[in-house]
Design a protein around this ligand. Structure first.
Ligand code: HEM
Ligand SMILES: *[C@@H]1O[C@H](CO)[C@@H](O)[C@H](O)[C@H]1NC(C)=O
Ligand SMILES: *[C@@H]1O[C@H](CO)[C@@H](O)[C@H](O)[C@H]1NC(C)=O
Length: 506
């Protein structure tokens, strides 16, 4: 039990009593002032420039309009590296080639510690998803690698296609949607399928509930919940409550499997068969689900968007998928029902993993370009090692370091006309870490293979099963909003995807 009964009761009381929010905010503001005033330090020659103005002023925009805030910081200090205070935490924002190289290769810079303070999106359960012993994290990552071995990944192909088919079937023969809701929903389901178990993935009600709970964690992240994690603000209690409910859904599924004793063909079974500790299994599911579903769902949404905006690319991508269908026809002898043999999802399931990975160059180039122009990520680390230098500036032990991906991905020196979506750009090889869509150096994405496979299968089914285009209020194609840290989502309602089924049964 990670929560005492007393805390649960207190949480409920808070949620239902309508605790006056203004009072809470007043207390938070007061604490912020006290903490900030208590921080003074002498200027050192190799210290990064400090932001002008009160350090309190940095807190809100850092969490709410990060892209604009970081750009303003570089502009206001006139340097390529500046620092500011988040309460007592020293945060150093870096840019430029030298700093980037140091950022991605430095041994002392730690990803999880940086993530914890500055993002707050993960459900923090001490020992389960946060403050992990490195042995536990090692086991989780080892199992994530196992899921992505050729055999296991191939086994997921029919299941991912069937999940996508079921949800897309529900879209009817024509209509319009916001991809950040509907495409995201498909990818959430396929990610749950890939990382959890049939008890959860087969139950649309539980999957929908999990999605609501994870969204609550993302959007419940207020500056207060990150900076004053001990302060029982209503936002924090809501997050705690959501985390607890996710934890219960996951443990209930594990218990059901263990009690039934029936072997199933899924990832949970792989974890159980490997005799992993309960802690590792729960941490695997809770932690990776959010890391995986959010990033993959966002990328899929933008990919469908760009496929709709650029009909020429859409046609090219569809032609490549068609060619694979022709190259790998269903083995007719083993296919009992002819109707099923013709359904798109069943046809696609006969394409082998290797072909998905190496014979769809257009989708590969589009995914790559999508991550360049529509991934609003700012990488964060904490210096757990000794003091170090980055581009001549000192990064003391304990300091947080931020590197916004926009610095390299939207640099006109590296990518001419950087905001233009252009999948024909050659792979960047001239500068160090010139492309970091999947991370780089010491921290690269450990779910890339699964993510790419999901993206391609969802895109393939949608491309051949539907025609689609993107409509927007202004007439101009929607553009990524880099200030939206989660999805780079343009204003709601300002655009939509219009779709129509082709004749082929999904
Ligand atoms: C399109 C989808 C995805 C994108 C664009 C993406 C991108 C990234 C990036 C850029 C990083 C490095 C972050 C940094 O340096 O601050 C990262 C790390 C990571 N990703 Fe992904 N990711 C995706 C999907 C997934 C999936 C599906 C999983 C798991 C199932 C996953 C698991 C991880 C893990 C565990 C790390 C941390 C690695 C470490 O601790 O060193 N990702 N990802
Ligand atoms: C697991 O399922 C996949 C298809 O979903 C199948 O190809 C594979 O043979 C199954 N494995 C076992 C051991 O039943
Ligand atoms: C796994 O599949 C990839 C292609 O998708 C192939 O290059 C590689 O050799 C395979 N590995 C094994 C161990 O079969």
């Amino acid at each position: 039990m990670p929560y005492s009964i007393g805390l649960q009761a207190a949480t409920l009381a808070f949620l239902h009593a309508g605790f006056p929010t203004q009072f809470t905010i007043a207390i938070i503001a007061f604490l912020l002032i006290v903490y900030t005033i208590s921080f003074f330090k002498d200027e050192e020659p190799d210290a990064p420039a400090k932001l002008p103005g009160s350090s309190l002023a940095a807190i809100h925009p850092f969490f709410r309009r990060r892209f604009d805030f970081l750009n303003w910081g570089f502009h206001a200090t006139g340097t390529n590296m500046f620092q500011f205070q988040l309460l007592r935490n020293q945060v150093i924002v870096t840019s430029g080639e030298k700093a980037r190289e140091a950022f991605f290769s430095a041994r002392g810079l730690d990803l999880t510690e940086g993530f914890k303070i500055l993002s707050g999106a993960l459900p923090m359960l001490k020992g389960v998803t946060s403050d992990l012993q490195s042995r536990t994290r090692g086991s989780i990552y080892k199992r994530l690698a196992a899921v992505q071995r050729n055999g296991s990944l191939s086994d997921l192909i029919p299941a991912i296609l069937e999940d996508s088919r079921r949800i897309m079937e529900g879209w009817g023969s024509f209509g319009s949607f916001d991809p950040f809701d509907r495409v995201y929903e498909v990818v959430f389901q396929t990610t749950v399928r890939s990382l959890t178990c049939s008890e959860i993935a087969d139950d649309p009600v539980i999957v929908a509930r999990l999605k609501v709970l994870y969204d609550r964690l993302d959007h419940g992240t207020t500056p207060a919940t990150v900076l004053l994690p001990w302060f029982p603000s209503p936002a924090l209690l809501k997050k705690l409550w959501a985390t607890k409910e996710i934890y219960e859904i996951v443990t209930r599924a594990i218990d059901a499997r263990e009690r039934s004793g029936v072997w199933q063909n899924d990832t949970l079974q792989m974890l159980l068969d490997a005799k992993e500790e309960r802690l590792v299994i729960v941490g695997f599911i809770m932690g990776l689900l959010i890391a995986g579903a959010r990033a993959t769902g966002t990328t899929a949404s933008w990919l469908i968007m760009y496929l709709g905006i650029h009909q020429d690319w859409r046609a090219k991508a569809a032609t490549e998928v068609d060619a694979l269908l022709a190259a790998y026809p269903p083995p007719s002898a083993t296919e009992p029902t002819p109707v099923q043999a013709q359904s798109l999802s069943s046809q696609l399931s006969h394409i082998p993993l290797e072909a998905w990975e190496s014979s769809l160059p257009t989708l590969d180039a589009m995914i790559r370009e999508t991550l360049r122009v529509a991934q609003p990520h700012a990488a964060m680390r904490r210096n757990l090692g000794p003091d170090m230098h980055m581009d001549g500036k000192r990064i003391p032990t304990g300091a947080y370091v931020v590197y916004p991906f926009a610095d390299v991905h939207l640099d006109p020196e590296i990518y001419a006309d950087p905001s233009k979506f252009d999948p024909t750009r050659p792979e960047e090889t001239k500068v160090p870490f010139g492309y970091v869509g999947w991370g780089g150096g010491k921290t690269v994405c450990l779910g890339t293979r699964l993510a790419k496979l999901e993206l391609k299968m969802v895109a393939a089914l949608f491309l051949l099963g539907f025609k689609h285009s993107v409509q927007s209020e202004s007439g101009a194609p929607p553009e990524p909003n880099w200030n939206d840290l989660h999805m780079a989502r343009p204003p709601k309602g300002s655009f939509c995807v219009q779709y129509e089924r082709t004749g082929v049964p999904l």
